[in-house]
Design a protein around this ligand. Structure first.
Ligand code: IPD
Ligand code: CA
Ligand code: CA
Length: 266
């Protein structure tokens, strides 16, 4: 499997940040039992990982824009390219010692995502995709699952929580999905949910109120794995609306229809 020079830069940045997160994850597991807890330590781990990714990417392409969850937007002189980075997706999992978290790096060119890398250092799973070149898990080519009936499908979602999201709207979506699918999961790292759809582990995924860095890399992975993505209204303004529905060509449509059903009697 041949990777472009740019994808290689992204992979090296993700692996390096992943190594740092991995070390800190070991310490988090010790801090669980301390009275103070691992909160501050995790914020530091997150910032450290973003600095590593930032420095690696900007060393290779100093003129590109950089959008990172922690540091915000940095404008470069290039005008056409932007890195979109979540140095630690799945922070709550990381904080609780749950090994479901990832470094997520995307490259946007003229408003389109053209490459993505998602790395979970706890499982050593590296997902990569470049537009037109397919999607990979480590060195293996991946494809979305082939199921056509939503009743056979396992899908995941995001669940809004204390102080976040529209709880009432989500409960309606969940109520409708519950009645149609074979299983629903909530893993807690949106980038990995999207990667799992690309790898055919999950048949579908939906979530609202996400940020661009949660989704950007996952979108190119799913498309390159033969899957489909839309925002929750069925359009393509996924990064703008912060909402996403993913699956193969049948399930993406079916899941969109299910979660958008109105409440009966209204
Ligand atoms: C969060 C995760 C989670 C999703 C949240 C995101 P973070 O990102 O992706 O799965 O439900 O909406 O904010 O805060 O762990 O980087
Ligand atoms: Ca995130
Ligand atoms: Ca994050």
């Amino acid at each position: 499997m041949a990777r472009s020079a740019l994808l290689n830069v992204m992979v090296q940045a993700a692996l390096k940040a992943g190594k740092s997160l991995s070390r800190d994850f070991g310490e988090v597991q010790n801090l669980q039992v301390s009275v103070k807890g691992p909160g501050d330590f995790v914020s530091q781990a997150d910032l450290k990982a973003e600095k590593i990714v930032h420095d690696e990417l900007m060393k290779a392409r100093p003129t590109y824009d950089f959008l990172g969850e922690e540091g915000g937007e940095e404008k470069g002189s290039d005008g056409a390219h932007r890195w979109i980075v979540d140095p630690l997706d799945g922070t709550t999992n990381f904080l609780h010692g749950i090994p479901q978290f990832a470094v997520s790096i995307a490259l946007e060119r003229n408003g389109e995502i053209v490459a993505g890398v998602i790395f979970n250092p706890a499982t050593d799973e590296l997902y990569t995709a470049e537009r037109g070149s397919g999607a990979f898990l480590n060195d293996r080519r991946i494809r979305v699952a082939a199921r056509k009936q939503i009743t056979d499908c396992v899908v995941s979602c995001g669940v809004p929580h204390l102080g976040r999201g529209n709880h009432g709207k989500f409960l309606v979506e969940l109520r409708h999905a519950m009645g149609e699918v074979a299983g629903i999961r909530r893993f807690g790292a949106a980038s990995l949910d999207l990667a799992y759809v690309a790898a055919g582990r999950l048949d579908g995924f939906w979530e609202a109120e996400l940020a661009p860095w949660d989704m950007a890399a996952g979108l190119v992975l799913i498309r390159e794995a033969g899957g489909f993505v839309s925002d929750m209204k069925g359009g393509q303004d996924i990064l703008g609306t912060g909402s996403v529905v993913a699956g193969n060509e049948y399930i993406q449509k079916a899941l969109s229809e299910v979660i958008n059903r109105p409440i009966p009697g209204r």
